[in-house]
Ligand binder design. Sequence first.
Ligand SMILES: [Zn+2]
Ligand SMILES: [Zn+2]
Length: 258
Amino acid sequence: MQIYTLFSGSSGNCVYVKDKNTEILIDAGKSAGAIEKSLTALDSSLYNIKSIFLTHEHTDHTAGLEIISKKHHIPVHMTSPSYERIVPSSAFLHSSAKKHDTRYEAEIGSLKVRSFEIPHDSMMNVGYIIENEEGERFGIATDMGHVTNEIEESLTGCNYALIESNHDIPMLKSGPYPYFLKQRILSDRGHLSNECCAELVTRLARSGTSQFTLAHLSRENNTPDKAFSVTRAALDDCGFTSVKLNVASPIVSTLVHK
Ligand SMILES: [Zn+2]
Ligand SMILES: [Zn+2]
């Protein structure tokens, strides 16, 4: 299984997964043109994408869907609450959108995809576990107000995981955001701090996850160095020095696993 983040953060999110001849995207939060350009650089194209799985309806996860659905006939899987929020007002999503329960499973070629609920200030938000026929398992969890038992149980046993490391709490508190927005981000339906990410990552490393990518970093309230050093130090302190860790770029394809 090859996994790349094409884009990550509040300016747009899109994850590309390729296994044998099955290729899927998680979210399409950049323009169709930008996503196509990124896929071309990885020797692929939107024409190869078998399905898109949506986490939630926020624009940084959906921005490219309308034009992609106009030009391509790629099934777009989403939960019912997200469907109700974005499909009725869409011109092109009606024929491609697939409505699901919050917890659902789908088989796309050689991949099995399973969703789980993540608390966030959206109609609904889900993470995904993606597994291939060889038993390789990849988990993705972002836009996470706090870590629930369901999130941790779902991610346990993944070989690779992409986890939100959104903000440094002191930077957020002293930063330029208005008070209400700071409270929103810090709430249990907001985004995950570097420290909470590091705690989750070390617990997952204990259960065998060997490779992590930190994602959805805030541009204003975090730096790649801060996010990396907090989780790296937590892993090293627990003796997980051989666990691989990197940080997803907001705008350049970043390898999660190959
Ligand atoms: Zn969101
Ligand atoms: Zn987001």
